[in-house]
Design a protein. Sequence first.
Length: 329
Amino acid sequence: MNRALQAVPKELLAHASSYGSVTLSYTYSSGGHVMASVLTSDVPHSVSFVYMMSEMTMMESPSVQALDAVWWQHDPGVTGFLFVSNTTGAARNVDLTYLDGLGKTIQTTHLALSGYSTRLLDLPIQNAAKETQRSGIGGIKMSYVGVPGDVSAAGGLINEGEGYSANISFWPHDIASSSPTNISYGIAGMMVGTPDPMMMFSSTTRFVPYLAREGLVGHTTGCGHVILTNDHFVALPATGLCNVGVRLAKGATKVNTTVLDVGPWCPNTPGPGNSNPCNCGSDRYWQTTGVPWCVNQSCSSDHAGIDLADGTAADLGVSGLGNIYWRFQ
């Protein structure tokens, strides 16, 4: 791609954009036999984006196509961008809806894309941060009339000052009317340990969840449990988890225990007699970004995503603050 751009005649350079699209074609009796990705990198700023190319699906007649994406603002310096590309020679109308972390619409955009054209858009992160307690978390809904693959979209989150970059990927979903059914989602786990080399972090980077030791003997927890000396339980920052089992690990030591408190930090509403300054709802970070809300908040003094009772902390060899791995049993 770089060589193709370098080959553009000088008289046309002034008319060439700094972004666009690429199409890969091959001949075979069926699909799925060739895979490709596009790497965009800025080595001096240590940021990179890798986008997998998706295969177009041919259908008999056009219909409404819907795609969704989620995004997360890692810190206040992160900005976002979005590319929307018409892969056909005919015009396509595209509707975009930007949502905050509570599902509230913060902006809508209509695009009239001419054939094979691409638009570059700024992600309205700052608008979202003002609209939701879950600052900097949201989603994008995109729809158009056509067949799958007529319109392609991808984006990214970036902070060049700290070398942070993350992809925004879109996924299609079926909007056909049907009877509700139970749908379960699973996740292999939060990013822990050594990151994937393709993510281009420093070779010394390691990812671990962060914990705080609870203490507070004699106090009644958010689950109605009176804390005992050398007690054994954990607190997670969301309601509805009382008596749920969790498994903790620090090094070779593993411990099974139960959620008997709500916290740390969330959910909370500041007020008279409340020493917690954070204003937040339930933070089920293990279902969203994998990073606790309090990590990037100044209201949190220790940025912990889980609290351990004294006995549980002692079993793991933790004194005060520290790092552990955890999951539900």
